[in-house]
Design a protein around this ligand. Structure first.
Ligand code: HAM
Length: 480
């Protein structure tokens, strides 16, 4: 028997789980800042929850769902996406009667789709999603997009953009679909097999076809923009006005219809520039009929989900994790067997005081232990030999500055905490460029004559005139 990972799934080893943890912590924290609370729904639901909502003709329902019969003969499905389960829960708990609207929830959970595995496409993937139920205003749409923009930017992505489209309300979409059918009818022979089925069940999805989209007759197909109502147009305009105001990069894509049937009005996808082949890092839109569809009142909604694996791939492509801090603070190094127990106790003391600590159980050579200190990126090496033990002390070495000092064990925790604080303050100062003058002479920063009127490229006042020396005898080495 060959014990192998199922196709299209991944083992997340610690190096990756650290990235997942950092990424999801930030997503969660920003969701909270925007007033979202976490929701968890089951990993599987009655099949109908997904088949009714995603659309009978969608790829998800026709080809990708993991469907099974349970022992009670009920047809169940593993969750292919998060929205349907959230809406089912909202309706089932009658939250529309008790909760203030919009009801805003986020989730971070696995989703399952039987897709052909390739880069960025897995049979089990993880979705971080946001759903605002009972959110009717275009400002809700704009707010969601700004939040997504803020999330990706805060993670360090710089080259992503939104693709947007407006599908209009149900009535305009019906008119449009009728026109599409009329248009594609004479071309039926030229459409792929999937599009034949789409033609019958949901002609809109023909526009989404990756096989047919480059065929000549596609170019002249009717455009949704010619069918949507003035009201939809005005709402869409409000959204794009906000995006302009906040300088959110976007392009309009009249062919964007999305693979799930529940959307109306706004739909969007987010891509990394130059990495479009990896697929969308996130996507979403309005789903105004879904609550009603699942037995609740008529409540318009807007939401989005991002694939954690695709997002982390994008972060990796941008080297965001290259300088990743392992979080390890101390590496305790017993230098001889006779101090093993003493060193063990020091390691325990640090751990019990919430200082992440590794311990060298094998008492290896000094060289080997220092190699591990570097590899694990520990901030301090804690060296312990007989001298240290006899003095109830340790020698602590700062692995960056290489400074070392003998410290009594009883003072060790406070010493480390103080040092960490200093390191953090220095890092924050550097990150904020506070007082960081580029003058050669004023390397000590605070005494810079230019202060924040520095004429160098890196600071705010680039123009000569802003410099306190009027640019004529500025002491900056970047003088212009
Ligand atoms: P979706 O576009 O099907 O939308 O999936 C959302 C995101 O999940 C995608 O943009 C992608 O990043 C990721 N994703 C999807 N399938 C895979 C896969 N096989 N492997 C890796 N990542 C994948 C939805 O699911 C909607 N429920 C989003 C939404 C929420 N709309 C409104 N609210």
């Amino acid at each position: 028997m060959d014990y192998k990972l199922p196709r299209g799934t991944e083992d997340f080893l610690p190096e990756v789980t650290t990235k997942r943890e950092i990424t999801s912590n930030l997503l969660r924290s920003i969701a909270t800042d925007f007033g979202y609370h976490e929701i968890e729904t089951p990993m599987f639901e009655n099949l109908e929850v997904f088949s009714r909502t995603s659309g009978e003709s969608s790829d998800i329902v026709t080809k990708e769902m993991y469907v099974f019969k349970d022992r009670g003969d009920r047809m169940m499905a593993l969750r292919p996406e998060g929205t349907a389960g959230v809406v089912r829960a909202f309706v089932e708990h009658k939250l529309y009667a008790t909760e203030e609207l919009p009801y805003k929830v986020y989730y971070l959970q696995p989703a399952f789709r039987y897709e052909r595995p390739q880069k960025g496409r897995y049979r089990q993937h993880t979705q971080f999603g946001l759903e605002a139920i009972g959110a009717s205003l275009p400002e809700n749409d704009a707010e969601l997009i700004l939040q997504i923009f803020h999330m990706y930017s805060s993670l360090g992505l710089q080259n992503f953009y939104f693709k947007l489209n407006c599908l209009g309300d149900d009535a305009s979409r019906k008119k449009y679909v009728a026109e599409l059918k009329k248009y594609f009818e004479p071309h039926l022979d030229e459409l792929c097999e999937d599009c034949h089925a789409r033609y019958e069940k949901n002609p809109l999805r023909i526009l989404d076809c990756k096989v047919d989209c480059n065929k000549d007759f596609f170019k002249n197909a009717p455009k949704i923009g010619d069918f949507i109502s003035e009201e939809s147009k005005a709402k869409f305009q409000t959204i794009t006005d906000y995006l302009e105001e906040y300088q959110v990069p976007y392009v309009l894509d009249p062919g964007l219809v999305r693979g799930l049937d529940y959307y109306s009005e706004l739909v969007f996808e987010i891509y990394e520039k130059g990495h479009e082949d990896n697929g969308a890092i996130g996507a979403g839109g309005r789903y105004n009929s879904l609550v009603k569809e699942l037995g609740g009142p008529d409540l318009p909604c807007v939401g989005f989900a991002t694939g954690l694996e695709r997002l982390i791939q994008a972060l990796d492509d941008n080297h965001i994790f290259d300088q990743l801090d392992t979080g390890l603070i101390a590496y305790v190094m017993p230098l001889e067997k006779s101090v093993f127990q003493y060193a063990f106790n020091v390691a325990m003391h640090l751990r019990f005081n919430e200082i992440p600590t590794e311990f060298d159980y094998a008492c290896r050579s000094l060289k080997a232990q220092f190699k591990s200190v570097d590899k694990k990126k520990a901030k301090f090496a804690i060296l312990i030999g007989n001298t240290e033990m006899l003095a109830s002390s340790v020698t602590i070495k700062n692995n960056e500055t290489k400074e070392q000092k003998l410290i009594r064990v009883e003072d060790l925790v406070n010493f480390i905490m103080d040092e960490l604080l200093k390191m953090q303050e220095a890092a924050e100062k550097e990150a904020s460029h506070e007082g960081s003058c580029c003058c050669e002479e004023h390397a000590d920063k605070d005494s810079c004559c230019c202060q924040d009127k520095c004429a160098c490229d890196e600071h705010e006042h680039k123009e000569k005139d802003g410099c306190c020396h009027n640019g004529e005898h500025c002491e900056c080495k970047h003088e212009k």
